[in-house]
Design a protein around this ligand. Structure first.
Ligand SMILES: Cc1cc2nc3c(=O)[nH]c(=O)nc-3n(C[C@H](O)[C@H](O)[C@H](O)COP(=O)(O)OP(=O)(O)OC[C@H]3O[C@@H](n4cnc5c(N)ncnc54)[C@H](O)[C@@H]3O)c2cc1C
Length: 392
């Protein structure tokens, strides 16, 4: 049960207090913030933690608007954080779902080459997967493709049976439940708009300046803490900026729209079917993805979004195909970081700052796909970093 701060202040020990202090405050209730809060409190049950989220509910943005794929780790540059954290994260995600009884389907995935000129890129991708230690991968020919996906035609494919699907929002909410059960506080409708050093100790406090960071929301409510971790997704650059840290890399929102296959066409697709990625584009390409509710989505495309959390369709140009096969489905908006020179930042980025506030803050700056798959391994890594920087 997630409470607004007002409610929480009133209910705790029956006292209405203008401030409550915590060892660590986490900003952002997406899957990354929730997984990391969970990891931190499980490691440090004697410390106090609060997670604040601007929406009424948790994980309504990227963590609630994605393809729902448990990626196996094929695509990412060997040695990168993405490669390491995705491969470990997928294993941890399956183990977690098994332990908590959360439903998933290990329905597999084919990355299919349909033109001869795609074969070298497909083979290079396969080599990458091997270097990344992706489990159970193999190359299949046209016959192998038909055996796995009877209605798919191609000349060669990577078969990844370890790839699966899950409802990532459900997983994120379960992380939140673990956090609360371990004694963590979750407060919703708390939109942080200032993170700064306190100038005086809280009124009536006997603890002096033990909790020197003040986190304020847009309604003027405050939380105090010793340390802060921000996991702001589409707003990670702004959260960094308001704490006096660098705004670079900046976030550029890319909207991805999905089509939903008509139910009578569901039999056409059994597992995930992806194209060979085109190196000219940053994302994985439009793909067929079965959903946990039995639907099949086709997407996402990637267009620059005019609003960070804007999910409405603005422009769309495949109407003929829509009419024939499917109807318009949901959309998601990706937080894609851009460096100072305007290049897309490919890997995950975590950093802090300097000065009084900067030395007490850690920002998750860039956590694009596959950060849902990697959430538990990101949590391990960020928790290590929090322990190191803040000497927890
Ligand atoms: C279209 C699409 C498809 C994807 N497909 C996959 C996939 O199949 N598999 C996979 O592994 N990954 C996928 N991803 C990536 C994955 O969904 C994201 O990487 C992941 O959800 C990021 O989680 P997050 O917690 O960093 O961000 P978010 O889920 O966006 O959470 C950030 C939270 O911070 C809150 N917040 C922001 N500012 C403030 C503030 N000032 N005060 C308080 N709270 C604040 C927001 O309200 C939000 O709840 C996909 C992403 C998209 C968009």
């Amino acid at each position: 049960m997630f409470l607004s701060l007002k409610h929480y202040f009133k209910s705790e020990k029956g006292v209405t207090s203008p401030q409550i202090s915590y060892d660590v405050a986490i900003v952002g209730g997406g899957i990354v913030g929730l997984a990391t809060s969970r990891e931190l409190i499980l490691r440090h049950p004697n410390l106090s933690f609060i997670l604040v989220e601007k929406e009424k509910e948790l994980s309504l943005h990227q963590s609630g608007h994605n393809s729902g794929v448990i990626h196996s780790g094929i695509y990412y540059t060997p040695g990168s954080l993405k490669a390491r954290l995705c491969v470990r994260g997928a294993t941890l995600a399956y183990e977690y779902c098994d332990k908590k009884g959360l439903p998933y389907k290990k329905c597999g995935k084919l990355i299919v080459a349909v033109e001869q000129e795609e074969i070298p890129r497909l083979k290079a991708l396969y080599e990458r997967g091997l270097k990344n230690n992706v489990r159970d991968m193999s190359m299949v020919d046209a016959k192998g493709i038909r055996e796995r996906e009877p209605f798919c035609r191609g000349i060669m494919a990577i078969d990844s049976p370890y790839t699966g699907i899950v409802d990532w929002r459900m997983v994120a909410l379960r992380y939140g439940q673990d956090f609360e059960e371990a004694g963590g506080r979750i407060v919703t409708e708390f939109e942080v708009n200032d993170i700064s050093m306190a100038t005086e100790s809280p009124e009536g406090s006997t603890e002096g300046m033990k909790y020197p960071i003040v986190i304020r929301d847009t309604k003027g409510e405050e939380v105090r803490s010793r340390f802060v971790l921000t996991c702001g997704g589409l707003y990670s650059d702004r959260l960094s900026q308001i704490s006096g840290c660098s705004r670079e890399p900046r976030i550029v929102p890319f909207r991805g729209d999905y089509l939903v296959l008509k139910p009578e066409k569901h039999y056409l697709v059994k597992g995930n079917i992806y194209p060979v990625p085109d190196p000219r584009f940053p994302f994985l390409g439009v793909h067929f993805t079965p959903r946990m509710d039995g639907n099949v989505w086709l997407g996402p495309n990637a267009v620059l979004a005019f609003k960070r959390e804007g999910y409405k369709l603005f422009d769309f140009n495949a109407r003929d195909m829509v009419d024939a096969l499917s109807f318009r489905g949901p959309a998601g908006v990706r937080a894609q970081a851009l460096d100072r020179a305007g290049n897309l930042v490919d890997d995950f980025v975590f950093d802090g700052g300097v000065g009084d506030v900067g030395s007490r803050v850690l920002h998750v700056r860039n956590a694009p796909s596959p950060a849902a798959t990697s959430s538990l391994s990101i949590a391990e890594m960020v928790a290590d970093e929090v322990e190191k920087r803040f000497s927890l």
